[in-house]
Design a protein around this ligand. Structure first.
Ligand SMILES: NC(=O)c1ccc[n+]([C@@H]2O[C@H](COP(=O)([O-])OP(=O)(O)OC[C@H]3O[C@@H](n4cnc5c(N)ncnc54)[C@H](OP(=O)(O)O)[C@@H]3O)[C@@H](O)[C@H]2O)c1
Length: 267
């Protein structure tokens, strides 16, 4: 496993397991295979199962990097602290490693200030944002006393979001890619060029895409509930893509996002 360092000095595994839709067994399996980063959210409705999977693994809490997120309804209703402690209860943990604003709903700046308090009180090792554009981050900057450590955004070969990635990295944020494989309904893994690269290198299309993310400095957490896929998705640290291979993937950007636009979402 490779690790990156957040702007507050906390170490984070570069590759983890996506928590969306995952049950306790998948989380336990992932931990036994060597995954150490779990990405979940209150909105996924499975924090209890994630906590159960962690406990069943027998792996010390201190060895696991656990992320969860504050949902938009809680931001709008001004209940950041309550929502956070509800997440802790469901996860059955005393702290989380990373807590994120899931989407920048109205009131996210006030929510951030509450997250800063929880961070300073030691309930969270690092705080960050998700789905924030430059406009949101600039808004935050004028009120915040703690800088976000990450911005978790949609990013995959068909929608690389590179301008935002570069801008945030310049500001000292680490970048996390959601839907790294193009998501459940995407077609990234069937893309001809990705399949050609996979064949040339004797790897799976998913391994090629995940390796590309690693080499562009992203943190990511593909979701799979199949053991053999989880295993092969983790097995990407023994080969490197060449610059030319990286370029072939960079060339696949369509500029079309799959998910909602952070400046126009209605949930
Ligand atoms: N912050 C946000 O707003 C946000 C939004 C979306 C997602 N996320 C986070 O990002 C994580 C990952 O995103 P995602 O789950 O949407 O998409 P993803 O990881 O890009 O893709 C998941 C899909 O790829 C399949 N898959 C996984 N490994 C594979 C392999 N080796 N070969 C073929 N297919 C494979 C999975 O199927 P099987 O499960 O059947 O293997 C699933 O259908 C989520 O779990 C969540 O933690 C965050």
């Amino acid at each position: 496993m490779e690790y990156l360092v957040l702007n507050n000095g906390v170490k984070i595994p570069q590759l983890g397991i996506g928590g969306f839709g995952q049950g306790a067994d998948a989380i336990t399996d992932a931990l036994h295979m060597g995954y150490r980063l779990i990405d979940t959210a209150a909105q996924y409705g499975n924090e209890e199962q994630v906590g159960e999977g962690i406990r069943a693994s027998g792996i010390p809490r201190s060895e696991i990097f656990l992320t969860t997120k504050l949902w938009t309804d809680d931001i709008r209703r001004g209940r950041t602290c309550q929502a956070f402690f509800e997440s802790l209860d469901r996860l059955h943990v005393k702290y989380v490693d990373l807590y994120l604003i899931h989407w920048p709903a109205k009131g996210f700046v006030e929510a951030w200030l509450e997250m800063e308090r929880l961070y300073k009180e030691g309930y969270i090792r690092a705080i960050g944002v998700s789905n924030c554009h430059r406009v949101h981050l600039e808004q935050l900057e004028s009120f915040a006393s703690v800088r976000p450590v990450v911005n978790q955004i949609e990013s995959h070969p068909a929608f690389q979001n590179q301008e935002l990635v570069d801008w945030c990295m310049d500001k000292g944020m680490q970048m996390e890619a959601w839907c790294p494989l193009g998501g459940t309904y995407g077609h990234v893994l069937e893309n001809q060029e990705i399949c050609r690269l996979a064949e040339e290198r004797g790897k799976t299309p998913a391994q090629i895409v995940l390796r590309w993310h690693m080499q562009r400095g992203m943190i990511t957490f593909p979701k799979s509930s199949h053991k053999e896929r989880m295993e092969s998705n983790l097995d990407i640290f023994s080969f490197m893509l060449t610059e030319e291979e990286m370029e072939r993937i960079h060339a696949l950007d369509t500029g079309h996002r799959m998910g909602a636009d952070p400046e126009h979402f209605d949930f």
